[in-house]
Design a protein around this ligand. Structure first.
Ligand SMILES: Nc1ncnc2c1ncn2[C@@H]1O[C@H](COP(=O)(O)OP(=O)(O)OP(=O)(O)O)[C@@H](O)[C@H]1O
Length: 310
């Protein structure tokens, strides 16, 4: 076990930002913290790092109590914060060297580590650039290099892909997988369910400072009643048809949005043939028809009644 958080409570005056939060993160995992804006992800990370005092609960990292003076623990943690935190007055190389130097004294060892980090985030062509001259994606990559150059055992990334172009985003996600393959345990916070699905082996979904679901993607999706969604692109369907589809056995709900009819079905039941028969029997014109498994947004919607992204 790399991280164990028990009954963590953090209040900002009247607001309960973390409400008896429990989390266990095991060695070698890429663990996702998924939740909408304001659900408490950053607060949880800041408490975990002892950057914030909390009201109640315990935090253990590497089997030891985490506290502000736990420098032996901090040495093995790498942090990539949501807001890029680098020095505009230092070049790309100097920034990475500075942050790595907080942990690694020996110059030669540091030189190798900085070189490796630069190669890792593919910033070789920019080593002499100052941050204000870098694009958003390159800055994020520099931010990551500064957080990981000292080869920490636990790497925490707080929404590292916000406002990043798709190519840099893929680059960052691939890099995180590589760090994990090299042995680092990763905690990754995001409000993008697609990223968490793609990257994480286990995850917790947060809402209002509480864990509302945790486990592997499959375990979490198995918690809800929806097992399958059938989407039909349709052009002349009316309310009467929709009501009748609602009455087909095992259909949970039906929604029409922008010519797309989404039919959510109970777990374990397949209705594709029945839906197709209904559509052809009622002369409803249709385009694409496909079936998909529930997403993490469906889980969030069913448990909280809200969408992950409002
Ligand atoms: N310094 C603070 N003072 C008062 N309230 C705060 C403070 N920091 C955060 N909060 C509140 O605590 C709650 C949790 O915020 P937090 O930033 O941890 O959420 P988050 O899930 O990380 O969201 P985001 O993705 O927007 O960063 C929110 O309601 C937020 O408004």
């Amino acid at each position: 076990m790399i991280v164990k958080i028990e009954n963590l409570v953090k209040r900002y005056d009247e607001l309960i930002a973390l409400d008896h939060l429990n989390l266990v993160i095991n060695e070698g995992e890429i663990f996702g913290l998924l939740g909408p804006n304001g659900s408490g992800k950053t607060t949880a990370i800041n408490c975990l790092l002892s950057l914030l005092k909390f009201n109640k609960g315990t935090i253990e990292i590497f089997g030891k109590e985490m506290k502000p003076s736990a420098y032996d623990i901090k040495r093995d943690i790498g942090i990539v914060m949501q807001n890029v935190a680098v020095f505009d007055e230092l070049t790309v190389y100097e920034n990475i060297d500075y942050f790595c130097g907080l942990y690694v004294k020996d110059k030669n060892t540091r030189k190798d580590l900085v070189k490796e980090a630069i190669e890792f985030v593919a910033l070789k062509d920019y080593v002499k650039f100052y941050p204000p001259k870098l694009s958003g994606g390159l800055l994020r990559r520099l931010n990551i290099a500064c957080g990981i150059a000292h080869k920490p055992k636990l790497i925490i990334l707080d929404e590292p892909t916000v406002a990043v172009d798709p190519q840099s985003r893929n680059n960052i996600l691939e890099g995180i997988k590589k760090l994990n393959e090299q042995g680092a345990t990763i905690i990754y916070t995001s409000h993008y369910m697609e990223e968490i699905e793609q990257l994480c082996s286990r995850l917790a979904i947060l809402d209002k400072g509480k864990v509302i679901a945790s486990g592997t993607k499959e375990e979490i999706k198995g918690m809800i009643s929806i097992g399958e969604k059938i989407v039909v692109e349709t052009f002349n369907i009316n309310e009467n048809h929709i009501d009748k589809i609602r009455d087909i056995p095992n259909v949970i709900d039906v929604e029409l949005r922008d010519n797309n009819l989404t039919i959510r079905q109970k777990n374990g039941a397949s209705n594709l043939i029945n839906i197709l028969s209904f559509i052809t029997d009622h002369d409803i014109s249709y385009g694409k028809i496909y079936s998909e498994l529930p997403t993490l947004n469906d889980v969030f919607l069913e448990i909280t009644g809200k969408e992950l992204r409002d």
